[in-house]
Design a protein around this ligand. Structure first.
Ligand code: IYR
Length: 231
């Protein structure tokens, strides 16, 4: 197969710019990769938050970091909505608990309920009001340009990558998060008055973990179980 990638000296002038990634020594690369793993290894999903306020600038930087994610055709098909308004949080909690009640009482299979046992979850979601912020992540299934629908590509993959980067950024800043998926969560777009181009993807309560917060005594699979090497 012949590559139709243009060679460097054939690229149209102005459309492409030089790129020089930061260079580290091999030792730095090894120690940075290990340190980053150690940092992320400490992340836990938290369901008990302190009511302590968190400066909004931290969230803005973390969202900006998330938005550096790669996306299909660079369409950046996401909206990160930050919610601190207690009235909105209460409304979101009420609707989420309504859906979760139905899920825990009939919509989820017995197997599913059994799989959740170690996590200690239930239909009550006080963290939706206790956490100082909720970030509602929306995926833009399509865009609207001059009243016309234009497509986005690999939307779930793109938003998933950006959301992962957001969780890492928030953790790096010293904040705790929960990836919460009340299902279905169409109510989020209604409450937040989002345009019809957007579909709710994930709800992330965040803040400082409550000093008395407990997390399930569960671990991560060893590398050998989740990776394969073809060297
Ligand atoms: N959305 C429900 C149930 C739930 C489902 C999964 I999969 C989890 O990993 C955790 C919870 C809830 O938030 O309780």
């Amino acid at each position: 197969m012949v590559s139709n990638l243009l060679k460097n000296d054939e690229l149209p002038e102005g459309d492409f710019i030089p790129h020089t990634p930061v260079a580290y020594t091999l030792e730095e690369m090894v120690s940075r990769s290990e340190a980053f793993y150690q940092l992320l290894q400490q992340r836990r999903s938290v369901r008990h938050f302190a009511k302590t306020p968190v400066p909004i600038e931290i969230l803005r930087s973390c969202i900006a970091a998330a938005c550096t994610a790669p996306s299909g055709a660079n369409k950046q098909p996401w909206t990160f909505c930050v919610i601190a308004d207690p009235v909105l949080k209460a409304e979101i909690r009420r609707k989420a608990e309504e859906e979760e009640y139905r899920s825990y009482n009939g919509r989820m299979s017995d197997q599913w309920i059994a799989d959740l046992k170690p996590l200690g979850t239930d239909p009550f979601k006080p963290f939706l009001e206790d956490a100082p912020y909720l970030i509602a992540v929306f995926k833009k299934v399509f865009d609207e340009v001059n009243g016309k629908k234009v497509p986005n590509y690999y939307v779930s993959e793109s938003v998933g990558i950006a959301t992962g980067m957001l969780l890492a950024a928030l953790h790096n800043a010293g904040l705790s998060t929960l990836t919460h998926t009340p299902s279905p969560m169409n109510f989020l777009a209604e409450i937040l008055n989002r345009p019809e181009t957007e579909k709710a993807y994930l709800l992330i309560p965040l803040g400082y973990a409550d000093p008395d917060a407990k997390v399930p005594n569960i671990g991560r699979k060893p590398l050998s179980a989740v990776s394969a090497e073809y060297l």
